[in-house]
Design a protein around this ligand. Structure first.
Ligand SMILES: NC(=O)c1ccc[n+]([C@@H]2O[C@H](COP(=O)([O-])OP(=O)(O)OC[C@H]3O[C@@H](n4cnc5c(N)ncnc54)[C@H](OP(=O)(O)O)[C@@H]3O)[C@@H](O)[C@H]2O)c1
Length: 301
């Protein structure tokens, strides 16, 4: 087995820590790069190396990348704060990691993005992700872009938010709740990435990793409500109302709702049929309902 490390930027995150776990379990050496790499503990840390690396810092990024067999960029920023803008993280830092990987002659770079990214989106977040993909592709033409759908799993933001909503006497919907989604279990994405990180041949330039079930937003909300044994009617709410609420919510601690999330809910978010995905990675991803016990625990009696 190759002893050079697989470097995971964002290895303490929701996805990153599962990827690090999957790689360690498969016996690979892993270098976890983050601003606070000590934040997460793993079952067996024998082959784990931690590196303090801020992706906005050229020197730290170059040091973290040196000698790697694969680099994975799973860094994220969902709400801008001061100098930490979408452009700084998703475009400039994505390019910085790609440039460092190219200069260090790292054989493989996996760059995380998201299904539905578009340079034409009204969402600054979605536009920055698209520009980040382009910057990575121009800097490192052999890089592989990996776009997950919305991820769910233990401790996620998605199902937790739906569970909170299900406590209300009426369930508010984004619009009529007709947006089609294909949420993906975070462990499936981590497993797929671990496979790609060590794939013997050349991976495809782009993968879209989506879950085993396409469902409308309304059906997701109702699935969570039913799972928790709660009742209550749904209430369609126009997107304009959600944008207004998001404008207020962004001033609250932790920005519980952002305008970018509302923009994302206005468009279907499913994998393109002609783009490689889990089938090519020989993995059957879980469906949303199948994954609920992992997020919500056993069904209440
Ligand atoms: N979650 C989803 O539903 C979803 C859906 C589609 C695509 N994605 C994409 O999947 C990837 C992972 O998302 P996630 O939800 O797992 O993110 P996350 O939980 O927010 O984790 C973000 C990670 O990035 C690190 N990080 C943030 N700023 C950094 C910086 N300046 N320098 C170095 N590291 C930094 C964080 O660690 P420190 O704070 O310690 O630095 C953390 O490890 C992202 O590219 C995201 O856009 C996520």
């Amino acid at each position: 087995m190759d002893t050079a490390p697989i470097t995971v930027f964002g290895g303490t995150g929701f996805l990153g820590r599962r990827l690090v776990t999957a790689l360690l379990q498969r016996g690979h050496a892993v270098r976890l790069a983050a601003r606070r790499p000590e934040r997460v503990r793993f079952h067996d840390e024998t082959r784990l190396e931690r590196r303090v690396a801020d992706v906005t810092d050229d020197r730290q990024v170059a040091a973290a990348v040196a000698g790697s067999r694969t680099v994975v960029n799973a860094v994220s920023l969902y709400a801008e704060q001061g100098d930490l803008t979408f452009r700084a993280i998703h475009v400039e830092s994505a390019e910085r990691v790609a440039l460092a990987a190219r200069r260090a002659r790292v054989p493989r770079l996996l760059h995380l993005s998201g299904i539905g990214v578009s340079d034409l989106s009204p969402s600054p977040y979605v536009r920055a992700r698209a520009q980040g993909e382009m910057a990575v592709r121009e800097t490192c033409p052999g890089a592989t872009l990996v776009r997950p759908a919305s991820m769910f799993g233990a401790g996620d933001a998605l199902v937790r938010a739906l569970a909170t909503l299900s406590r209300l006497p009426v369930l508010p919907l984004f619009g009529r709740g007709r947006t089609c989604l294909q949420p993906v279990w975070v462990q499936d994405v981590a497993g797929g990435l671990a496979t790609l990180a060590t794939w013997p041949g050349a991976p495809a330039p782009l993968y879209e990793l989506a879950g085993g079930e396409v469902l409308r937003y309304r059906d997701m909300v109702v699935a969570v409500r039913d799972y928790l044994g709660r009742r209550g009617p749904t209430l369609p709410l126009p997107f304009e109302a959600w944008h207004l609420m998001a404008a207020v919510a962004r001033r609250l601690p932790g920005a519980p709702l952002t305008r970018d999330q509302v923009f994302l809910m206005e468009e279907d978010n499913v994998a393109a049929p002609d783009v490689p995905g889990f089938i090519e990675l020989d993995r059957r991803p879980r469906g949303f309902r199948e994954g609920l016990p992992d997020c919500l625990g056993p069904r209440p009696r």
